[in-house]
Design a protein around this ligand. Sequence first.
Ligand code: PMP
Length: 352
Amino acid sequence: MSRFLSKNYEKLVPYTPGEQVNVKVIKLNTNESPFPPSPKVKEVLSEEVIDKLNLYSDPELKELRSAIAEQFGVTHDMVFCGNGSDDVLAFAIMGFCGAGGKLCCPDISYGFYPVYADIFGVELEQIPLKDDFSIDVNDYIGKNKNIVIANPNAPTGLALSFDEVEKIVSSNPDNLVIMDEAYMAFCGESCMELVKKYDNLLVTRTFSKSHSLAGLRVGFGIGSKDIIDDLNKLKYSFNPYNLNTLSIKAAAAAIADNEYYDDKIAQIVETREKTLADLRALGFKCTDSKANFIFASSDKIPASELASKLRENGILVRYFNKAKIDNYLRITVGSAEDMQTLVDCIKKITEA
Ligand code: PMP
């Protein structure tokens, strides 16, 4: 730490991202897609676009917001875009819960929520999940605090139904409910329709998982025009050009290519179900994940040891050294071949 860091940030515990590596490994640790992005992405990243990089990107993000709005049947003024959905979550938690505000989230969930709460001076209540890792909706009824929930939740993969989300949103009319749908494309029940009915709901999504564009850094939030106006006010007070021209073009092309992504998402879901069946056959306890990852635990070997042994075999998975989940691994659903290699390797390790 330098002598210059503000006292406010001395005790900050930053989020720890999953490892990125340059050597050839089977990378199942950060929930990236095993598929390349849509070919349409390459097509739009033309020389003509590159030649115009002397100009600032469009701060209004008209092209991308319109493309997203069209997909979800909303107007472009209900869409806010960020540099990854982390950026959208940061603006929302800063703007709607910041400096003395109140927020609650499940105790086992996306590790960034407590970090944002900390950096923005938000009082955070972490509500315990049930023993089976599911969320008890009753814990969030009439909460009188802002709420952020990942749906499907991470790292458990378990999802709330549309009706359950509506109960939470409708019973907290004077607080913002952020539903983080980073993993929703992989088979949950999206609550996106509810943004037309409730003005206290913000639904966030990302191009990083279902759209094979984690490296592009684009995410978005959809909510009432007033919420989006507020987020834009914050953005224009911080970094008006928060998306670059290449990201805007590439994401707009990707979001329109449903044919390509529907097929890739279906393949990931099929591989997830097969891998779940294979791991359960090996005696693993796995949640009924609706995301592009599996959350698994074995009585035969501690999760930390299994993660190390997999690593020795060139397979990276995510281990969280955290109470309640420290005997579980979060394993990204990769290609069918890579998941077969994983299962074979686990069999070898657990039978040795
Ligand atoms: N929400 C959840 C639940 C996540 O797991 C992630 C990925 N780490 C994000 C949001 C942020 O993703 P991105 O910034 O890549 O859009």
